[in-house]
Design a protein around this ligand. Structure first.
Ligand SMILES: [Mg+2]
Length: 423
């Protein structure tokens, strides 16, 4: 019998916003998507006053005013940094772990050798809160799907104290499955849950007891695996060695539409520099790239256009000079005047580990490594992202995102550090 735990941060983005702003402690908090569009995270209090997930800001104005809701623009620099702290902390406490998303982590607790797993997980919860300030819930099960299910119940149940162990309490599994709506089972999306509900399968329990042949016919082997996992047979192992990425993307919507070519160029240059940086930090090189720009599909009155172009690099590279240079040439080729552009992005494709590509005869001449990229990465790591960049990205960032309620980058910018006065 294997033992998986899923540790999930409670209302992660909202919890991060609260971390350095204790005045938000008992206040409802919501976090908005890019460009301050829709609600993507809610604190418990915000849920309680009836703010729906995905609600656009303009629709909840009245609720916001009535209940004094704190509205935050998304601050991914903060969330990413806090996530890394939580994951590092969890990883150092378990024999092996798999970071599943920005706020979820699977742990393999098989060889832990503790007599009472619930007590151990409770103290892990406390330690996580003490060390990082982030509250978490922990679900334990014999499969990843059961650990996910246990986690959901641990969050909902007041008497669970944030931890439910189904692996060592098989007698609870039946009830747990009955209490879980089919749409809340890991891997069952909206289309499948609708199909299953129409056939009278409304809970995880109903689905786990369906016929294998029928599931396979309707949902293929992926659906069958989910059913088997609910019955306690492991189909998904812990992936503690994440697959290296094949592509990396950097794209964003502009705060307002732009028509000016040099502004679009500035944005593309900045995305290209950022994408190159991402690839370097993973010790990879890219074989090709693609850039795209498009107008606002929600503005029915404006003429619509979506443009993209790609190119291969002569040698796989992660050098921002080669990447921005190629991006400029592609943009030159695909550019069309007369449209109001809303979004641009760049994809680096065909990624491989640095040094694994077969060298070509002219490599050393064509792309001598002068150490500039390494030096830039080191300076930016020490003094904060963007401290040094190539001299081509625009200085006036008219196109950048709308983030009217952005919290300070408490943990990643010296200027935003919290100061404490004693005495
Ligand atoms: Mg979460």
């Amino acid at each position: 019998m294997a033992t998986f735990a899923l540790v999930d941060c409670n209302n992660f983005y909202a919890s991060c916003e609260r971390l350095f702003r204790p005045n938000l402690k008992n206040q409802p908090v919501v976090v908005l998507s890019n460009n301050d569009g829709c609600v993507i995270a809610r604190s418990q209090e915000a849920k309680a006053v009836g703010i729906a997930m995905g609600a656009p800001l303009f629709k909840i104005r009245t609720l916001v005013e009535e209940h004094g809701v704190a509205v935050c623009s998304s601050n991914y620099a903060l969330y990413g940094d806090i996530s890394e702290r939580v994951m590092t902390m969890l990883g150092s406490n378990a024999p092996s772990h798999e970071v599943y998303s920005i706020d979820e982590c699977f742990l393999d607790l098989d060889n832990l050798g503790v007599p009472d797993l619930t007590a151990w997980c409770s103290s892990l919860r406390q330690r996580t809160y003490q060390w990082t300030g982030i509250p978490v819930s922990i679900g334990i099960g014999g499969t990843k799907t059961l650990a996910k299910l246990a986690n959901r119940l641990a969050k909902k149940s007041a008497k669970a104290g944030g931890v439910i162990d189904l692996a060592h309490h098989p007698e609870w599994i039946d009830t747990a499955l009955r209490k879980t709506p089919i749409g809340d089972v890991w891997g069952v999306g909206r289309r499948w849950s609708q199909m299953l509900e129409e056939r009278g399968m409304v809970t995880a329990h109903d689905f786990a007891h369906a016929q294998d042949g029928w599931i396979r016919q309707k949902m293929g082997v992926v659906g069958l695996r989910t059913a088997h996992e609910l019955r306690g047979y492991i189909c998904h192992a812990l992936e503690d060695q994440p697959q290296p990425k094949q592509t990396t993307c950097c794209s964003r919507s502009f705060g307002a539409t732009i028509t000016d070519k040099s502004q679009v160029h500035d944005a593309v240059m900045q995305f290209a520099e950022r994408a190159a940086e991402k690839v370097r930090s993973a010790d990879q090189v890219a074989g090709a790239m693609q850039i795209f720009i498009r107008t606002d599909p929600f503005n029915a009155n404006a003429p619509q256009k979506s443009l993209s172009g790609s190119a291969n690099f002569p040698q796989p590279t992660s050098d921002a000079r080669a990447i921005t240079g190629t991006a400029t040439r592609i943009l030159e080729r695909i550019w069309r005047a007369g449209y109001a552009w809303k979004k641009a992005g760049i994809l680096l494709l065909d990624l491989s580990a640095k040094g694994s590509a077969p060298p070509s005869l002219f490599d050393a001449i064509a792309s001598p490594d002068d150490g500039l990229m390494t030096a830039m990465d080191q300076i930016n790591a020490k003094y904060g992202r963007g401290s040094v960049k190539l001299g081509l990205a625009g200085k006036d960032r008219d196109w950048s995102m709308r983030r009217e309620n952005l919290s300070p980058s408490f943990t990643t910018k010296w200027a935003d550090l919290v100061s404490v006065r004693v005495g």
